[in-house]
Design a protein around this ligand. Sequence first.
Ligand SMILES: C[S@@+](CC[C@H](N)C(=O)[O-])C[C@H]1O[C@@H](n2cnc3c(N)ncnc32)[C@H](O)[C@@H]1O
Length: 169
Amino acid sequence: MRHAAEAASHVTRLRELVYKTTGIKMPPSKWSMVESRLRRRSAALGMDSVEDYLRFVFDDGGLDREMPHIIERITTNKTDFFREPEHFRILAERVIPEFRLSGRRGLKLWSAAASVGAEAWSAAMVLAEAGREKPIDFAILGTDISRACSRRAAALCTLPPNSTRCHTR
Ligand SMILES: C[S@@+](CC[C@H](N)C(=O)[O-])C[C@H]1O[C@@H](n2cnc3c(N)ncnc32)[C@H](O)[C@@H]1O
């Protein structure tokens, strides 16, 4: 009984911590998916169960070391070029015309949860296409909480010299 209560309290702590750190909600309906992802991490550490893993995280000083691993496992990094077509329609039909009317010199966009960058590159394609009529000076920032995604995005960012500039960190 004590064991079950402890396990439930660890799950609640994990849920609160993930929400506070990332904004990602883990309702009970998603717990089996989260648990199966964390099971792979606990197995990699030689632990028998997710319960043991959460005890290590919350009671035995593992939190700082494991937090990046937990984030990698609870984020869903699905992406595609033009995955949310409406966003790119708004960029082409509203944002770019308003930018042109504003008289500003440059346009900056931020893909704030960029995964490996397909959204940022899709926006770049829309801007490049619009720039065929009249060039647009633009910069696009892509960021993601997943370090694995950011590393992959950087690895994908190999462009011919002088075609455009691609900075990665
Ligand atoms: C489903 S993907 C979407 C990627 C891209 N925006 C697209 O539409 O193709 C969601 C991404 O959001 C990232 N993410 C989740 N919470 C985040 C946060 N608090 N800050 C930055 N990125 C976050 C995840 O790591 C994941 O790569």
